[in-house]
Design a protein around this ligand. Structure first.
Ligand code: NOJ
Length: 513
């Protein structure tokens, strides 16, 4: 396990929307370089950058045309190498986005694979052997290429599935995971990984990590085998490199596949969903919603077994949001967000803060889709830096921006969000404390001290620290054996009374004692 992970806190950057350094209306690598000190000042010492490779951008860059080249709209490979250097000089680490399961249909591998004549790339993607043959259970395309076959898709129409083999091939056009074509794809993936690690990347966020092997790989054991092979390569050749999976199944991703971290994503009815996005029939029952009066049970029932079974193997990563998920503001208030982030950032594992969430950037309703974003587009608008033109994102004319900035007169900005009680300052305080106290970092011990059915008060310990959150609008009290009166809280939102063996938390309050 790379030692730097224990104290890592990540900041996710959607590069086209972060900071435009050259005035062309779109964010770029040099823009990220200019803002590293800002990111560091939040307490985030690591980055995940969404795909920044050459692409026709029909899925925001998750349709890669050249894995080895930075998209010209973001700059050059040299700019990215410079970013790695700048970040390392500041003690920061950078994860790129790895898209292993599909390429763009414009990738040269696919152009070769589409040809009627067999060639070195014929087996790089998943093709049937007849122009009208269906691929049951999978999306596929026919009629587009000279090759006499149909090909499988991994996501959108523009994203043909790469061939890592089938678990139990049952048709002559399907190959096993040890077939030379499947192994060649795996080697090509390793080459991409090594290329960027050799040039200074510190690892990858792995897109759709569970989707490599096709066929009856429901238990994912064949997909896990491929990732274990890649992890073995990292352990041997790049022991400081880290992988975080887009999987949201830590038992498989951490214990079986060997990822260092696995995202806890917003999936319907999982524990994370119950904390922040549990809206049912128009009623918001999310745990952190003040008027929901929900308890923490739904979260713990899902999270605790996963945490206990995986903690020896890797980390569960809480996110504030991501580029696929609706932002929490304006549905949750600043105070609700403070309580949520203070909790997420002090649970075990490694947190990820999505750009702009530190200033409660708002989900933008009703934007037309951009680059395959659809409802995700509203979470991908430009970062709001200050009161200047385009809220400081770009000097380009407003109609040339990648996406419009929040047009509301009270749009929050990084410059204006720094008051003493602001969300941004709270994040700084929590993360400063986390960096100072190993007990609060990824590996620190965790136990539940109070979580009762029907009671929103949640009390937990991290090492020697006792933490509590009360998202509700009412005062809540719990008996906490061993609690000592008098200690000055290390962090307090709202109000609290700490007496011997009893903790009382005011409405919408959080404490680290
Ligand atoms: C998950 C990514 O997060 C999403 O943005 C993308 O559209 C799909 N995978 C396909 O790569």
């Amino acid at each position: 396990m790379p030692a730097w992970l224990n104290d890592a806190v990540f900041y996710e950057i959607y590069p086209q929307s972060f900071y435009d350094s050259n005035g062309d209306g779109i964010g770029d690598i040099n823009g990220i370089r200019e803002k590293l000190d800002y990111i560091l000042s939040l307490g985030c010492n690591a980055l995940w950058i969404n795909p920044c490779y050459d692409s026709p951008f029909r899925d925001g860059g998750y349709d890669v045309r050249d894995y080895y080249k930075v998209a010209p709209r973001y700059g050059t490979n040299e700019d990215l190498y410079g970013l790695f250097e700048d970040a390392h000089r500041k003690g920061m680490h950078i994860l790129l986005d790895l898209v292993p399961g599909h390429t763009s249909e414009e990738h040269p591998w696919f152009a070769e694979s589409s040809k009627a004549e067999p060639n070195a790339y014929s087996g790089r993607y998943i093709w049937t052997d007849f122009w009208i043959k269906s691929i049951p259970g999978h999306p596929y395309i026919g009629g587009e290429t000279p090759r006499n076959g149909t090909y499988m898709l991994n996501f959108f129409k523009c994203q043909p599935a790469l061939n890592y083999g089938w678990r139990s091939p049952s048709e002559s056009w399907q190959c096993g995971t040890d077939h030379p074509d499947a192994l060649a794809t795996r080697e090509a993936l390793k080459d991409i990984i090594c290329f960027w690690l050799d040039r200074g990347a510190d690892g990858f966020r792995v897109d759709m990590a569970d989707s490599l092997v096709k066929g009856d790989d429901e238990d994912k054991s064949s997909t896990c085998e491929i990732w274990r092979d890649i992890r073995a390569m990292l352990d041997r050749d790049y022991p400081g490199a880290a992988l975080v999976s887009e999987w949201s199944n830590p038992r498989l991703a951490l214990n079986n596949a060997g990822f260092h971290m696995d995202f806890y994503l917003d999936h319907w009815y999982n524990g994370y969903h119950s904390l922040l996005r549990r809206v049912e029939d128009g009623i918001d029952r999310s745990y952190f919603r003040k008027d929901a009066d929900s308890d923490i049970q739904l979260f713990l029932q899902d999270y605790l077994p996963k945490y206990r079974e995986t903690r020896e193997h890797g980390y569960i990563s809480f996110i504030t949001c991501n580029h696929d998920t609706p932002r929490l503001a304006p549905r949750l208030s600043d105070r609700e967000l403070q309580l949520a982030y203070a909790t997420l950032f002090t649970l075990p594992g490694i947190p990820f803060l999505y750009y702009g969430d530190e200033i409660a950037m708002r989900y933008q309703e009703k934007l037309p889709t951009k680059e395959g974003g659809y409802t995700r587009t509203g979470s991908r608008t430009p970062m709001q830096w200050d009161e200047g033109p385009n809220l400081g994102f770009s000097t380009a004319p407003a109609d040339r921006l990648y996406l419009p900035v929040d047009a509301s007169p009270d749009a929050p900005t990084a410059a204006s969000a720094t008051g003493r009680d602001s969300l941004l300052e709270l994040i700084r305080s929590v993360l400063t404390l986390r960096h100072h106290e190993p007990d609060l970092q990824a590996d620190g011990d965790f136990s539940i001290l109070h979580a009762a059915s029907g009671d929103p008060l949640f009390v937990y310990s991290r090492g020697r620290r006792i933490l509590a959150v009360n998202p509700s609008g009412k005062v809540r009290t719990a008996a906490i054996p061993g609690l000592k009166a008098g200690a000055v809280p290390a962090l307090l939102i709202g109000s609290a009374d700490v007496s011997d063996s009893q903790l009382t938390l005011g409405p919408q309050s959080f404490i680290v004692t």
